[in-house]
Design a protein around this ligand. Structure first.
Ligand SMILES: *[C@@H]1O[C@H](CO)[C@@H](O)[C@H](O)[C@H]1NC(C)=O
Ligand SMILES: *[C@@H]1O[C@H](CO)[C@@H](O)[C@H](O)[C@H]1NC(C)=O
Ligand SMILES: *[C@@H]1O[C@H](CO)[C@@H](O)[C@H](O)[C@H]1NC(C)=O
Ligand SMILES: *[C@@H]1O[C@H](CO)[C@@H](O)[C@H](O)[C@H]1NC(C)=O
Ligand SMILES: *[C@@H]1O[C@H](CO)[C@@H](O)[C@H](O)[C@H]1NC(C)=O
Ligand SMILES: *[C@@H]1O[C@H](CO)[C@@H](O)[C@H](O)[C@H]1NC(C)=O
Ligand SMILES: *[C@@H]1O[C@H](CO)[C@@H](O)[C@H](O)[C@H]1NC(C)=O
Ligand SMILES: *[C@@H]1O[C@H](CO)[C@@H](O)[C@H](O)[C@H]1NC(C)=O
Length: 529
């Protein structure tokens, strides 16, 4: 028992544990969260407001103690923590929106930032207790956490942890897959824990982790659970190699999800887990392995995939752990940017070695990496990616519009030349301002249109219907019969053609294809009159 106490004894240099809004200190497991009621040394806020609930029905794997009181911030508020040891610090924020006589915390809406990073934006905690966890490299003398209420709202916080992380926890850089760069320098990145998973379908609670981390069980994330078996062989872990329990507890390495051992030896199936992620971010994924299934080294060879891409081919754990069977091993990888809201992790036996087909995974951590704007908040990148995709669309439209313009110009020139030959008509056009003037006018119209299509913001850009209508108008200017634009075109056949085209305007190819031929036929028709 005492051996366990000693091995769990990580003592962070910086260690701030606060029970927000609580009049008394609160013990959570082996730690004491300090009361911050009314005299917090670290907090700067417009007004001290503490709220509490005596609800006993709060259910959370982090315990209920911290969720029963809260600080309410009715204006921008700061926590400023002096930092003794620069380097990575873990920040945990506890939120539970309860209701007391005067306040309904469910209506709170706010943003949280730390140093230069946006952690949460327009955040509205939903009905359940939630713990958000971030890892930041602090290179200044203070860590400043700022709470900013959204307009006509307020912010709140139930509990807070800020403590130094062991140096060995994070590498300086990480290998990437599906990305133009080979490595990402992690030193200055902010990370948000998405999920920690213990394979073998066993939860590891914060009290059984040296850094008070929660590891959820993997069962509910398995794509197909019929081919797998859950193993628990803590005694098979050989931890003499120096990998500390700060990386992951023995209870993570000593349990695993593997392919069923009594299954047909010709079964080459993958074990696949699915996880919810926010699209538009890169994720640091850490795989924890420990061979608790083999009787001897070099019996187990398997492949590791993320989103169907190879992370490791023919992985041989004994080779990576100097043939020490049962030695813990971990591997980091950075995923590329993806539009998908699912992250898909698989392990599967390899066919390259004459070994019994099996594959295992002991633990998995998924961390969101801040985007180029220093944010971990999803909406911003959502807008960013839709912006870049609509920019691409705009360019395609611009290019096809230009193509259309050139073709029309060629056609007009052709028509003008033909008219020159016949041309009774020349006198008529000349009296209407001359074909050159009309051309100039229509050219300007085309240019205006192209400019509008390239507008930065979507609302400033014309719709496909407008684009077509404007092209039609420019065309009319060219033939110079109808100098004023008229949406309710008098010619019934023209009207149908316009509305038909508006409906077929689903994609850029429509603009380049269908409508072009329609515009052509209109021109030819106008020409033939
Ligand atoms: C809370 O704990 C701190 C540190 O142990 C102690 O100094 C303080 O007096 C305690 N406060 C209360 C209200 O018990
Ligand atoms: C917060 O509340 C105090 C007291 O009611 C008030 O004086 C202050 O103006 C409020 N601040 C904001 C930003 O609403
Ligand atoms: C919080 O800190 C920021 C930056 O350090 C500062 O601009 C702001 O005025 C502070 N707000 C309060 C309420 O102390
Ligand atoms: C608190 O606010 C939420 C969200 O507006 C609402 O659904 C809930 O009914 C409110 N609770 C009480 C007790 O007013
Ligand atoms: C933190 O950042 C500093 C400055 O970029 C760097 O020297 C240091 O290695 C970083 N620490 C960690 C743990 O990444
Ligand atoms: C910690 O792990 C031990 C042994 O696996 C287990 O008996 C105990 O219930 C765990 N504690 C918590 C709080 O889950
Ligand atoms: C654990 O590994 C070490 C080598 O690192 C080895 O000497 C020792 O015998 C192993 N222990 C067990 C129980 O296999
Ligand atoms: C395992 O997954 C990889 C990547 O999705 C796939 O290429 C491979 O065919 C799968 N193997 C089996 C046996 O299904």
């Amino acid at each position: 028992m005492c051996l366990i106490c000693v091995s769990l004894g990580y003592e962070p240099e910086d260690n701030y544990l606060i029970a927000c809004g609580s009049p008394t200190n609160k013990s959570v497991g082996d730690r004491v969260f300090l009361a911050d009621n009314f005299d917090s040394r670290f907090l700067s806020t417009p007004q001290n407001i503490s709220v509490s609930t005596n609800s006993n029905s709060i259910s959370s794997t982090y315990g209920s103690e911290l969720f029963q009181s809260a600080r309410l911030f009715n204006g921008t508020s700061n926590y400023t923590f002096p930092i003794k040891k620069q380097g990575r610090h873990l920040t945990r924020l506890y939120f539970f929106p309860f209701v007391d006589e005067d306040h309904n915390l469910s209506i709170a809406k706010f943003s949280v930032s730390a140093q230069t990073f946006t952690l949460l934006k327009n955040f509205q905690p939903q009905s359940d207790p939630v713990v958000k966890e971030y890892s930041l490299n602090i290179t200044s003398d203070n860590l400043v956490l700022t709470f900013i209420p959204s307009s006509n709202s307020f912010a709140f916080l139930n509990g807070l942890e800020v403590f130094s992380l062991p140096d060995e926890l994070m590498p300086d850089s990480v290998r990437t897959i599906d990305s133009p760069r080979e490595h990402l320098n992690l030193r200055t990145q902010a990370l948000e824990t998405v999920l920690r998973v213990n394979m073998g379908n066993q939860r590891v609670s914060p009290q059984n982790d040296t850094l008070w981390r929660l590891w959820v069980s993997d069962g509910s994330h398995l794509k197909h659970s019929n081919l797998v078996e859950f193993l628990s062989r803590i005694g098979a872990v050989n931890d003499t190699g120096g990998l500390t329990q700060n990386i992951a507890p023995l209870s993570v390495y000593g349990t695993a999800t593997a392919l069923q051992s009594q299954s047909d030896p010709n079964t080459y199936a993958n074990i696949t887990w699915l996880f919810d992620v926010d699209p538009g971010f890169e994720y640091l994924v850490r795989f924890h392995f420990c061979d608790i299934v083999s009787r001897a080294p070099r019996e187990l060879f398997f492949n590791v995939f993320i989103n169907s891409l190879f992370v490791a081919r023919d992985l041989d754990l004994s080779n990576l752990t100097s043939n020490v069977l049962g030695a813990p091993f971990y591997m980091d990888i950075l995923t590329g940017l993806s539009d998908s809201s699912k992250l898909n992790v698989s392990v599967g036996p390899t066919t390259s070695y004459n070994a019994y087909p099996n594959a295992i995974l002991n633990g998995l951590e998924i961390m969101k990496v801040n985007n180029s704007r220093g944010s971990l908040h999803v909406a911003e990148t959502g807008i960013q990616s839709s912006k870049s995709s609509s920019k691409l669309k705009v360019w395609l439209i611009a290019v096809s519009t230009l193509g259309l313009f050139i073709v029309i110009l060629a056609l007009v020139l052709f028509a003008v030349c033909r008219r020159r030959r016949r041309r009774r008509r020349l006198a008529h056009i000349a009296t209407n301002g001359g074909s050159l003037g009309a051309m100039k006018k229509s050219l300007r119209k085309y240019c205006d249109l192209a400019e509008k299509c390239l507008a930065e913001s979507g609302v400033d850009r014309p719709t496909m219907g407008d684009v077509l209508w404007n092209l039609e108008y420019a065309l009319q200017l060219q033939t110079s019969e109808s100098p004023r634009p008229n949406r309710e075109l008098s010619d019934p056949s023209l009207e149908t053609s316009v509305s038909n085209t508006q409906f077929s305007m689903g994609s850029v190819s429509d603009l380049a294809g269908t409508s072009m031929s329609k515009v052509f036929s209109e021109m030819v028709r106008a020409e033939m009159v």
